[in-house]
Design a protein around this ligand. Structure first.
Ligand code: MF3
Ligand code: CO
Length: 255
């Protein structure tokens, strides 16, 4: 069942997601060659404590960290470690909070120093595919409109969409219905309604779409070892169109 959120619930989700956006912004500033992903995780833990919220992923199905840090060929669910970031790497940082009964969830991909033109394009296209998708998050549209928008942007650039992991509804649970694939057919799927809150999260591979999970049981990697990027926003569907919750104050959605 897809739950519709009341205005007061959307305000809670907005508050949480704003904290997520703030912390992601702080972490982005820390990304540079020589920094370890565990240092980023420690920074996230400090900021979580300062903000008086809880890290949503820590303890989720036994996941031990506040952050998912997925470097280069890692797609999602990369585990923070002593690995030092190097010039030319890209790192996807996925982060969520829980506060006052509600979740927040977003992700960004950040370059480490100077990166290749292809990696730059991968990041740009992945972010653009998220904004294309958000622009379809309108009452009266179908879920497939969101999915198809991601797929169209990604495949037009010659990249591929990961099919084994999907976006999701978000609210009192981190993962609610509906599942939101990053590929699909416009005009198909459930009808979108005002009050739905969706975590839309394109995972985009520079090469082929196939992925595998490492022995640690978490880290998803590309089978061809090419780079992968990931962006995510939590978005409320309102009568006035899509509203990105996981952003800092004062940035209206404007496609
Ligand atoms: N944004 C990811 C998701 O929605 C993060 C979950 S990671 C986990 O699935 F560690 F919590 F599983
Ligand atoms: Co998510």
């Amino acid at each position: 069942m897809v739950t519709l959120k009341l205005p007061a619930e959307i305000e809670r989700l907005r508050e949480n997601n704003r904290i997520v956006a703030y912390i992601l912004e702080k972490l982005k500033e820390k990304v540079k060659p020589g920094v370890t992903t565990l240092q980023l995780n420690r920074q996230a833990e400090d900021l979580v404590r300062k903000k008086g919220v809880k890290a949503a992923f820590k303890g989720y199905q036994g996941y031990p960290y506040a952050l998912c840090t997925s470097v280069n060929e890692e797609v999602v669910h990369g585990m923070p470690s002593g690995r030092e970031l190097q010039e030319g790497d890209i790192i996807s940082i996925d982060f969520g909070v829980f506060h006052q009964g509600y979740y927040g969830d977003a992700a960004i991909t950040v370059p480490v120093g100077r990166i290749s033109p292809e990696a730059q394009l991968l990041i740009k296209v992945t972010e653009a595919s998220l904004y294309d998708a958000i622009n379809q998050a309108r009452a009266g549209n179908r879920l497939g409109d969101i999915s198809a928008a991601v797929q169209r942007r990604v495949e037009a650039a010659g990249f591929s969409v990961v099919r084994d992991y999907v976006g999701h509804g978000i609210g009192k649970q981190l993962h609610e219905e509906p599942q939101i694939p990053n590929y699909g057919t416009a005009g198909k799927g459930i009808e979108l309604k005002a009050g739905m809150v969706l975590a839309i999260e394109p995972m985009v591979n520079a090469g082929a779409c196939e992925v595998a999970v490492r022995e640690n049981g978490w880290t998803v990697v590309t089978r061809d070892h090419k780079y992968s990027a990931h962006y995510e926003h939590s978005v409320a569907i309102t009568e006035d169109g899509p509203c990105i919750l996981s952003q800092l104050r004062g940035k209206p959605f404007d496609q």
